[in-house]
Design a protein. Structure first.
Length: 116
């Protein structure tokens, strides 16, 4: 059974930074391209960033390019999202999952709120 657990969210002022973490268990995630997604209130879940199994390629939504950095540690089954220069429009619940076809099972997500 797949289990994804996200952490690291919180309240931050505009321009601030956060680092999200995702731990995966139940499958050999080191072979998957992993992604971060987010869902803002009243909006559909959207893609944020992805990283190939080797870490050699990364992909970003235009809205976060240059501000967010995705990384992974396969030995620990961990995926990270470093978020800098945060904006109020980055406020959302952030989730990790396989990219581009996520598993049906999602974690609880971690709330990121950007507000002064």
């Amino acid at each position: 059974q797949v289990r994804l657990v996200e952490s690291g969210g919180g309240l931050v002022q505009p321009g601030g930074s956060l680092r999200l973490s995702c731990t995966a268990s139940g499958r050999t995630f080191s072979t998957y391209t992993m992604g971060w997604y987010r869902q803002a209130p009243g909006k559909e879940r959207e893609f944020v960033a992805a990283i190939t199994w080797s870490g050699s390629r990364t992909y970003y939504a235009d809205s976060v390019k240059g501000r967010f950095t995705i990384s992974r540690d396969n030995a620990k089954n961990m995926v990270y999202l470093q978020m800098n220069s945060l904006k109020p429009e980055d406020t959302a619940v952030y989730y990790c999952n396989v990219y581009p076809s996520p598993f049906d099972s999602w974690g609880q997500g971690t709330q990121v709120t950007v507000s002064s």
